[in-house]
Write a new protein. Structure first.
Length: 43
């Protein structure tokens, strides 16, 4: 394989994994620990 192909695949995988991790943190099990700042300051 050419170097540019390996670099493209590596960068693509990094983007996909970062997006998947962000979605997991936002909507998965750890999201139960997140607080909503708007609910905390509601009158």
């Amino acid at each position: 394989m050419e170097d540019s192909t390996i670099l493209s695949i590596t960068l693509g995988l990094m983007v996909v994994l970062t997006t998947a991790y962000g979605l997991y943190i936002s909507f998965g099990a750890p999201s139960k620990q997140l607080s909503d700042p708007f609910d905390d300051h509601e009158d």
